[in-house]
Ligand binder design. Structure first.
Ligand SMILES: [Zn+2]
Length: 118
């Protein structure tokens, strides 16, 4: 009887190991996914920082000027910046603003850019 109990215990232990292995595998997949996500966010963040610096450096006097100076030219520049950002692969729509388009066109972005242009 003691041997029988021992065998049961060993088999139970084996089952627990299998379950743990499955859980570990799931955990590994999760970590891999998170690392991928982290990498993509870092790239996106770096890109947005660069774009922000560019935008700020091309408009050094914008804030110093009075609010009445806003003209069609300013709106045109804003549109160009957004259109460029879109073509560089990022969302400019309010739904996903700043997020990567992952190579896919976005109807929200396109409709937004059309409205700005027209
Ligand atoms: Zn979009």
């Amino acid at each position: 009887m003691k041997d029988r109990n021992f065998l049961d215990t060993v088999m139970e232990f084996e089952q627990q190991l299998e379950v743990m292995q499955e859980q570990f595998s799931t955990l590994k997949q999760f970590v891999a996914h998170m690392m991928e996500e982290h990498q993509s966010l870092q790239t996106e963040n770096l890109h947005l920082r660069k774009r922000l610096e560019e935008v700020l450096s091309t408009q050094p006097e914008a804030e110093a000027q009075s609010g009445e100076q806003v003209s069609a030219v300013d709106i045109g520049e804003g549109y160009d910046n957004l259109a460029r950002l879109y073509h560089e692969g990022f969302h400019v729509c309010h739904v996903h603003f700043g997020g990567s388009r992952k190579g896919e066109d976005c109807l929200f972005c396109l409709s937004f850019l059309n409205k700005q242009n027209g």
